[in-house]
Design a protein around this ligand. Sequence first.
Ligand code: SF4
Length: 111
Amino acid sequence: MVEAMEDKSSSSGQQAECSKAAGEVRPTVDRRRCEAKATCVSVCPYDVFEVRRIAPQDYAELSLLAKLKVRVHGMKTAYTPRADACHGCGYCVSACPEGAIALRRLVHGAK
Ligand code: SF4
């Protein structure tokens, strides 16, 4: 289970340190906003992201407007295949030009 967590980056562009242990937080991608620019892939020091063709189920869950947006961007979106490696530095949150990434704190022991 996950719960929302605030971005720790400051408005001056300073970044929080990657001081969390891997597995405490994980990034989530809002596919309605993602434009597959792969900035997250470039900035993540732990290789958490990849940009690839959107999965049929994820595409089906989008609104008509969001589907059109994904089509314009080549049917691609960001995924987090190595989310367990996230250290919570927030670089991806700050770098995404679409504001499509949020960090969620993992709640251990929750049902
Ligand atoms: S917060 Fe973002 S950039 Fe930092 S380790 Fe996690 S996924 Fe990578």
